[in-house]
Design a protein around this ligand. Sequence first.
Ligand SMILES: [Zn+2]
Ligand SMILES: [Zn+2]
Length: 367
Amino acid sequence: MNLRIPFHRVNWVNTSFLFVITSVGIIAGPIFLLKNSVSPLMWGLFAFYMIATGLSITLGYHRLFSHLSFKAKWPVRLATLVFGACAFENSVIHWASDHRRHHKHVDKDEDPYDISKGFFWAHIGWILFKLDAEQPIDNVKDLRRDALVRLQDKFYVWIAVLAGLVLPAAIGYIEGGAVGAWAGFLVVGALRVVLVQQCTFFINSLCHMIGNQPYSTRCSARDSWIMALVTYGEGYHNYHHEFQHDYRNGVKPWNFDPTKWSIMILEKFGLVSDLRRVPTTKIVGAEMVEAKRKAEARLAELSQQGSLSEQAVAKIEELVAQLSKNLEELEQMVTEKVETSRENVKRWRKETKELIAQLGALRPLPA
Ligand SMILES: [Zn+2]
Ligand SMILES: [Zn+2]
């Protein structure tokens, strides 16, 4: 293992801050919890900050500001800018610029958190080390038109420190004196920052490593319900990379996507509007094309390796033929602008799923 650290490329400001906050959060935080009891109010505040700052990154920084997947009135923009800063992941201008570059150059050298450089780089290494050439922030002109965004960029450090660390400590002090203040600073502040950071960093690392690729294999992004549980619903990353402007990442109604649910609730209150949705035909079409491509590739690979049971091949070929027919049916409906019925979508999905299941069970015959 190569343990040489490229010190000339270390981003000392980010590295020192991350080192201090992470050490305080994961060492001093638990020690404090072992020696002191934390009041229900402070636990409530911890839960509130976990949800508010995490969602401000996924709903605000990511789906609203980076992808413009819906429009939001100023209270939503203000709240996500303030609590987003409290996650200590830089101002939204920088965050969205990096993220847009990630989508544009995914898995390539220009991708700031390129997973082909390994888990560590994509997770945190890219923050600790400077790239050889600093990338220009030239892809967020639309965001700079928003006065709230410009203000957040200007006062980012102040907002982050005051609202993210000092405010919880002050609330703790008012309720419980010095011990309350430490609870606010160490638990609601530092420990919460570390947890939210690690959870959201997983979107750049594990969400490009764990899970399956039902919509496309063009890039490394993957769908995983397990990752969705720890990333506020961003674990359906294969769908997200294929349809980045959709406000949903977990597009199926049963997908665990609290960020999507929050956007839907805000819409009910009239605080957000113009939610962008990819038409179902396009989504099912992508799933069918991908399943067909996988089936053809797998059949070619296995038949090269050795003999396959004729029965199994015939079954797969029959399902692929059915899938091709379904795709033609779908394309015709799209061309003729005919509304696709729920029954059709259900049948197409069922037959696509069956093909994927048969593929999974396909084994070459022993020689
Ligand atoms: Zn990604
Ligand atoms: Zn994205």
